[in-house]
Structures are given as structure tokens and as C-alpha cells.
Design a protein around this ligand. Structure first.
Ligand SMILES: [Mn+2]
Length: 376
């Protein structure tokens, strides 16, 4: 140990000379040529190796699409753990990258399209106080939705959840720009439950905000269009001894596609039903990963047996690529219950499909605008 100080002093002049080294542009270009790449399994984990920016604190960083982590899971009715969803989905997206990102189904590479997609990091959210957490999420969404994209529009935020309750804050953000929107909701569960359906003799204001009631709350805040919302992939048990939950859901303006419908009307029938139902309205796309069968996605908070395969969900998402989507979430990935990254991989791929659709639709819109200007 005593030898360390003299030993270090011996090398001090060498260290100082390195600190003082001037790098030419050629030196830097050599360094970049040698080290300026990442293997799929290397690098700091952002979604699909996208550029990271702390968008909430840097209003000058412009983007068309933001990947935003919302690590919140203290509003769940069963298994917690989705606070680790964003980092699991990012890790599982590692094989997605610019140079290997062409989506053959969609005919586009969302990462080589000129559309600026940033990984905006996570919203810092209190795990101790859900009233505060909802306020923090709401402010964060409204802040990011108020930004202008490079082409002067409003950005689309693609959320990595988090439990499903975060959709309330995301819808408030979307509402601050567009007013009420349609919701296309992939889920095994309704999530329109009146908060009193969760029995407690200790009611409180915070307990009304949970991951099975956020669309009920959104309806009561008039964030949804009155009749153009639709669930897809339902197979939940209902409360009580009748169809009362469906009646409540009807009253909130929702249509329902059950998991079993895929056997009767197929992927094409489901796509048709969704597209016809929401029409040209602005759409918030909310994807609870528990819509998938637990065999394909075990890492989730409230698994329900007998769900769709990942392939079926992907094909349905491809089918609805023309919808006017203004906000997206992929939620309820809880990696502690996952098996070999199955759930996180499914979520990462679902995000890839959604990004492909957003970019395709966005580029089409840009082309239309350009043509109009030329004609003038
Ligand atoms: Mn849900």
C-alpha cells in the first residue's frame, strides 16, 4: 500500500501530458472510425439504440415521436412490478436498430425515414403518493405535448408503461392538444370499472385512481369521444352475477371485441370492425400486454388464460395502420414474472409495429401537404 503514492507520482507527468493533448479533426475521425459503432448487445440501453434526450428538461430538443418511459405501478389490483417495464422493453428492443430495421410487413424502416424519433427517458414519478404521481405524469405529458415537431406539428408520445393507470395522464396530455379522442384499447380487461367495484370499506380519493378504472375516470373527465371507443381482446370475468359491467361499459360509449371473436371473424374481421368503428377520428391507442396469452406474455400484472398470439396482435396492428393515431401506450409489462424476456420482446416488437405505422402515416401526411403547396 505504501508504494502506491510514489508509484502514481512517477506517472503524473505522463497523465498531465495526455490531458494537454490536442486532437486534430483527423484524430477524431480516426477514433470514430475505430469505436463509433455499437453491437446489438452493447451500449447504454435506449429503445432501439435511439438517441436519448432528457426531453422534459430540454425544450430545444425537437422530435416527431417520443419514446417515453413511465415507471409507475402503485395503482394495481394484483401483481405490482410494471415500474420495471420501461427498462425491460428497452433492453428487449436491443436487436432493433437503424441498419436492421426495415419492417417488411409495413414496407418501411421507421428508424431510417427522416422522422425524428427520440428516447426521451423516463418521467420521474413518486412511488409513495399516487395523487402526486398522477399530477407529475399529467404535467409531464402536457409539457411534451405542447412542443412543436421539426415540421411544426405536435409530437406523438409512445409510452412504455408502467401499469395501465398511466393512460389517464396520457389522455389528459392528448386532450390538451386535440380535445376528446377515440380510444382503441387492446386488453383482456375492460378498465372502465367504476372504482367502487373494487370492494373496500376504507374508500379514499386515491383509491379511485387505479389500473382498472382509468378509462371510467377519463370518461368522467370528458377525455373520450362519446361513442367511438372500442376494446379488443376481452376475456375478463365480470363482477357479480350478471352482465352489469358490460352495461356500465355501454353507458361509457364503448364497443367490444372479445378474444374469441378471432375464431369467428378472423384478423380481417377484427381490423374491419375497429376501423369502421373509429372512422377518421383522432385515436389514442392503448395496448395492455395482457391482451396476449400468458404463454406468450407471462410477465404481466393480471394474466388471463386464453389470449391472442403475438402474431395475431401484430397482424391486427398492421391492419389498423391507417388510423389517425395521436398517442400510444404499451403497458403492464412486469419483468419479474417474465420468462426469457418473452413479454418484453413482445412489447418491444409491438412498439416497432406502431412506430412503423406512425411513420408511414406521418410521411403520407407530409406528402399530401407538400403536394398542396406545389399546387398553390
Ligand atoms: Mn389494462
Amino acid at each position: 500500500m505504501r508504494l502506491h503514492l510514489p508509484f502514481l507520482l512517477l506517472f503524473l507527468p505522463l497523465v498531465l501530458s495526455h490531458e494537454g493533448r490536442e486532437y486534430t479533426e483527423e484524430d477524431i475521425s480516426n477514433l470514430r472510425e475505430k469505436w463509433g459503432f455499437e453491437y446489438r448487445f452493447g451500449g447504454i440501453s435506449t429503445f432501439a439504440h435511439l438517441q436519448h434526450a432528457h426531453c422534459l428538461t430540454d425544450p430545444h430538443e425537437r422530435f416527431d415521436i417520443a419514446i417515453l418511459g413511465v415507471p409507475f405501478d402503485t395503482a394495481v389490483t394484483y401483481r405490482p412490478g410494471a415500474r420495471f417495464g420501461p427498462r425491460a422493453i428497452r433492453a428487449a428492443s436491443a436487436r432493433q436498430a437503424k441498419d436492421m430495421g426495415f419492417n417488411a410487413r409495413a414496407g418501411i424502416n421507421p428508424y431510417l425515414s427522416g422522422v425524428k424519433i427520440l428516447d426521451c427517458g423516463d418521467i420521474p414519478i413518486s412511488p409513495f403518493d399516487n395523487d402526486l404521481a398522477l399530477q407529475q405524469m399529467t404535467e409531464a405529458y402536457k409539457e411534451l405535448m405542447s412542443r412543436s415537431t421539426p415540421s411544426g406539428r405536435r409530437p406523438v408520445i409512445v409510452t412504455l408503461g408502467g401499469d395501465h393507470s398511466i393512460a389517464l395522464a396520457a389522455l389528459r396530455g392528448v386532450n390538451s392538444v386535440y380535445g376528446p379522442v377515440s380510444v382503441v384499447h387492446f386488453d383482456a380487461h375492460l378498465d372502465t370499472w367504476h372504482p367502487t367495484k373494487y370492494a373496500s370499506s376504507w374508500p379514499s380519493s386515491q383509491s379511485t385512481f387505479n389500473h382498472g378504472s382509468m378509462f371510467y375516470l377519463a370518461y368522467n373527465e370528458s377525455l373520450l369521444l362519446p361513442t367511438s371507443n372500442i376494446h379488443a381482446g376481452l376475456r375478463t370475468r365480470l363482477s357479480g352475477a350478471d352482465m352489469g359491467d358490460y352495461a356500465d361499459d355501454d353507458a361509457q360509449g364503448w364497443a367490444r371485441i372479445s378474444t374469441d371473436d378471432i375464431d369467428d371473424i378472423g384478423v380481417a374481421g377484427i381490423v374491419k370492425k375497429i376501423v369502421e368503428h373509429v372512422g377518421n377520428s383522432k385515436v389514442y391507442l392503448s395496448i395492455d400486454i395482457d391482451v396476449l396469452d400468458p404463454g406468450a406474455a407471462p410477465g404481466t400484472g393480471t394474466p388471463e388464460a386464453g389470449g391472442w398470439s403475438t402474431r395475431e396482435l401484430i397482424r391486427i396492428l398492421r391492419g389498423i395502420e391507417g388510423l389517425d393515431v395521436v398517442g400510444v401506450d404499451v403497458v403492464e409489462v412486469a419483468p419479474a414474472y417474465d420468462w426469457a424476456e418473452n413479454t418484453a420482446l413482445a412489447a418491444a416488437h409491438v412498439v416497432f409495429e406502431v412506430l412503423s405505422s406512425l411513420v408511414k402515416k406521418g410521411r403520407a401526411a407530409v406528402k399530401v401537404e407538400a403536394k398542396t403547396r406545389d399546387e398553390l
